[in-house]
Design a protein around this ligand. Sequence first.
Ligand code: SF4
Ligand code: SF4
Length: 208
Amino acid sequence: MDILTLKSKDKLDCNLCDKCCIYRGDIRLTPINVFEISKYLNISIKDFLEKYTDRLANNQFELVLKTRGKLRQCILYDEINKKCSIHSVKPMQCVMFPLVPENLKRDYFYNSGQCTMENPKEITVSKWLNGNHRIYSKNKKICMEWIEFIEWAQSKLDMISNKSILQEDFIDKIYEVLFLNYNLKNYNLKTQMRKNMKKARDEIKKII
Ligand code: SF4
Ligand code: SF4
């Protein structure tokens, strides 16, 4: 597949049919998404986590959106209006789709070809990514920090031979630090997320 840069043109102009919200695979969430989506839905973070998310089975710190039925339709797909119900705060994977990052740091992508529209118009990758309330440019840096943290945490936990250390309550403690610990009176959201990742790293370092 061709590698696309920000200046590349490709068949990306979407008609927002949101058919890609069905059979979409796992949509991963960062703590930014958890906070923003729960705020948008006007529910507590705890309720959002319980009602709308699952933990990835083999990676306890990663969250994905729940799906419905055999078609694995995203739980946030609005069936009546046939569209995403959280368009302005959707997760990065949804913002980029059908692009998949080959190297996020360098803005290299490939087109997964999974858009079901027959003949999308060609537009630049830059234009595609910077639509959608500029979520891409707003959250790219913190998303990369999150991916780096997740990869680090997973590699460290994989190294632990005595898996009994990884009792459920340890995993739950890290989960709470990452997703439930917000003090937005004192810090902005990204600062709080960085503090939480640092705290989680420190906790993990204690057991390795
Ligand atoms: S990316 Fe394709 S399938 Fe998804 S909403 Fe746009 S046109 Fe529809
Ligand atoms: S969050 Fe929105 S765009 Fe993403 S899969 Fe769910 S309904 Fe579709």
